[in-house]
Write a protein of this length. Structure first.
Length: 425
């Protein structure tokens, strides 16, 4: 009997010792040394970069780190090499710094950024190349219209039922001049930020793939917007509080988007006292509303003079192909939508949810980050919340300027309480 007790004691001691060693000495994650090249835009020559910071976010763990880096070479160049040492993993990588370059016998100083998502850093000395783009964090006299608030989640009734039709966009004059809303275009992305495919051809560097497009009417100067003022564009310009006390009275909206549905079970509501947006295109044949779980992204663009609906639809179609990989096999897929040239875009906002974000569906030069309502998919707490742009400063004339660094993660307050008449101050 004594021997049996001794045996059990030894076994217990051995197991406890092994467990303690494992807890105190976890297996370290291998380190990897990465060679990174940041390429200047084609328009830039004889450039020097400085004060470069690399930001890496581990997609798996959610941990973010910032590393000050120094170019491996000195002197003027058009590409710049750095070396980073990080833990192996899947990352979103951003480089940002100052750049000085020659332009028509002048020295120009600006900001340069580079971004690459879903970068797998494993193995020995991987090499990563990022295409750089110039960026200036300026507002005020050089500002323009921006998307000040996007309400895509909808509200919830007292009976805990989802209520639709009260979604809206607020467009804000972020300048010191009177601007005109005529021909402003609001578009929702064709692709989602929570699922990534290799779409062919890849147009993201040059254009935005849009699945829904609505345009403010007007000939050029029909709809003035004063500095620091906004316009409200809504789904249905009705008093929604009559059906849902948790919603809003949107009868005083500036514009509404209206869809002529082909399904009598899904008909739209039209307020004749509120001007309709011009509908250029939408993927659905019934009624459209922004994705209420936040899977899509949005751009605000300006349709150039000389381009109308007919010429746009004729000249900017986008047919794409991709492969869908499922447990049952790989299936070729294709789709059609329309593209909006990046040079038309005034503002872009990527949206997603914290637990499911995969990639940006705009060029990083338009938006380098993303914002959200809801921590997980189908988060019921998202109802009644919006994404709202932060205030940057106030001018001497009392005009409030909103933050616009082309990074929605920094520029927006996520999960703000939706308010279509919110006063920025």
């Amino acid at each position: 009997m004594r021997n049996n007790y001794l045996y059990l004691f030894l076994v217990f001691t051995l197991l406890f010792g092994v467990s303690s060693c494992n807890d105190d000495d976890p297996t370290p994650i291998p380190q990897v040394t990465v060679s990174v090249t940041l390429n200047a835009p084609d328009s830039v020559s004889n450039a020097v970069v400085s004060n470069v910071v690399a930001t890496l976010k581990n997609i798996t763990t959610g941990r973010a780190s910032e590393i000050d880096v120094i170019p491996a070479e000195t002197g003027a160049s058009t590409s710049f090499n750095f070396t980073l040492t990080v833990e192996e993993g899947l990352y979103n990588m951003t480089l940002e710094g100052d750049i000085t370059y020659a332009f028509h016998d002048q020295q120009i100083t600006s900001k340069i950024r580079g971004y690459k998502g879903n970068v797998e850093l494993t193995g020995t000395n991987p090499s990563i190349s990022l295409e750089g783009f110039l960026h200036n964090n300026t507002v005020g006299e050089k500002g323009n219209f921006v998307l000040a608030e996007i309400f895509f989640t909808g509200t919830e009734t007292p009976e805990k039922k989802q209520y639709t039709g009260d979604k809206y966009f607020r467009i804000y004059n972020n300048s010191s001049d009177t601007l005109y809303a005529d021909r402003l275009m609001i578009a929702e992305s064709e692709f989602t930020t929570v699922k990534k495919y290799n779409y062919d051809p890849d147009i993201m560097k040059d254009a935005f793939a849009a699945g829904a497009i609505y345009v403010v009417p007007g000939t050029g100067k029909d709809y003035p917007v004063l500095p620091g003022k906004s316009i409200l564009i809504v789904d249905n310009a009705i008093n929604h509080t009559e059906a849902n006390p948790s919603s809003f009275d949107l009868t005083k909206a500036d514009f509404e988007w209206y869809d002529e549905s082909t399904n009598p079970n899904f008909m739209d509501v039209n307020n004749p006292d509120v001007p309709d947006m011009d509908k250029y295109y939408c993927y659905t044949t019934t009624i459209w509303g922004p994705h209420n779980r936040g899977f899509k992204s949005y751009v605000l663009a300006r349709v150039p003079e000389g381009v109308n609906k007919d010429s746009y639809l004729r000249n900017y179609p986008y047919h794409y192909e991709y492969e869908m990989v499922l447990p049952a096999g790989t299936f070729p897929m294709e789709g059609d939508c329309y593209k909006i040239p990046n040079e038309w875009v005034l503002d872009a906002v990527n949206c997603s949810i914290e637990s499911n974000f995969v990639w940006l569906v705009t060029a990083p030069s338009l938006d380098l980050g993303w914002t959200y309502c809801g921590s997980v998919d189908q988060d019921a707490s998202r109802y009644g919340k919006s994404v709202r742009r932060k205030v940057a400063s106030t001018t001497a004339d009392g005009i409030v300027l909103l933050q616009d660094t082309n990074n929605s993660a920094a520029d927006f307050e996520a999960e703000a309480k939706a308010d279509p008449f919110y006063i920025f101050k």
